[in-house]
Write a protein that binds this ligand. Structure first.
Ligand code: SF4
Length: 231
């Protein structure tokens, strides 16, 4: 394993502190849906597709409306795209996502016998599925120990912590495989996304209230937020 730079926060310390600190905080929407639906791969896949660039509360509500009408590839593939659009509105890019949902269902039925594929290569062939979605499905629905799911929160915080020096989530994913131990890979997304939504926010992170303040180099942080209660 490549050594992390000396100015970075120790990965093990960060992860152990965050494991405790996120207890009681709201979980990311897709993690919650995965637990509520017994890690059903199809629902994890569809919820993750809906979640891109969408607030968690909107993703959760839209997924709930869609799954109440159809919760299998067979039933969802029969819905007209216009109906899916109405059910998932107002998730961002709901028109594109409705098309991707419908085509993904059709391909799962025609090419994978109705089952969500369990390899990165196969998942990436589905419409609208990129590495972030594929990694989350592999981790949450197929219990993969080999993947790290990197979204904007993970990308931002991994850079602030000094773990990586990268420009894109894709670069961050590859760098994280080198600088973190495998035991953390499946939970990096859960820990950092939860922290990113509550404390290490995109603008004005709450550094004075952060459990990592004494070990975090705060790379790129110029202004911090005001004290917030209930964190
Ligand atoms: S909130 Fe501040 S101290 Fe905490 S991880 Fe983010 S940048 Fe580091």
């Amino acid at each position: 394993m490549k050594k992390t730079p000396p100015w970075s926060a120790p990965v093990g310390d960060v992860m152990r502190r965050l494991a405790k600190a996120i207890e009681g905080l709201e979980e990311p929407a897709v993690e919650k849906i995965a637990k509520d639906q017994q890690e059903d791969p199809f629902q994890v896949l569809i919820a993750t597709l809906l979640s891109a660039q969408t607030k968690d509360a909107v993703t959760a509500a839209a997924s709930g409306r869609l799954f109440r009408v159809a919760r299998t590839p067979g039933t969802m593939a029969k819905l007209p795209v216009s109906r899916i659009e109405k059910l998932i509105y107002p998730v961002s890019f709901y028109r594109n996502k409705a098309v991707h949902v419908r085509r993904t269902c059709e391909q799962i039925l025609s090419r994978y016998a109705g089952r969500v594929p369990s390899t990165m290569e196969e998942l990436l062939t589905l419409p609208g599925v990129g590495r972030k979605t594929a990694n989350l499905v592999l981790i949450l629905a197929h219990a993969s120990p080999d993947n790290i799911c990197v979204d904007t929160h993970v990308h931002r915080i991994a850079n602030r912590l000094g773990w990586v020096t990268t420009r894109t989530p894709e670069e961050t994913e590859q760098a994280l495989y080198r600088v973190t131990r495998r035991r953390w890979w499946p939970v990096i997304n859960l820990y950092l996304v939860t922290w990113g939504q509550n404390v290490c926010r995109p603008v004005y992170p709450l550094c004075p209230q952060c459990v990592l303040v004494d070990i975090c180099p705060k790379v790129g942080v110029t202004k911090v937020g005001k004290l917030v209660k209930n964190i």
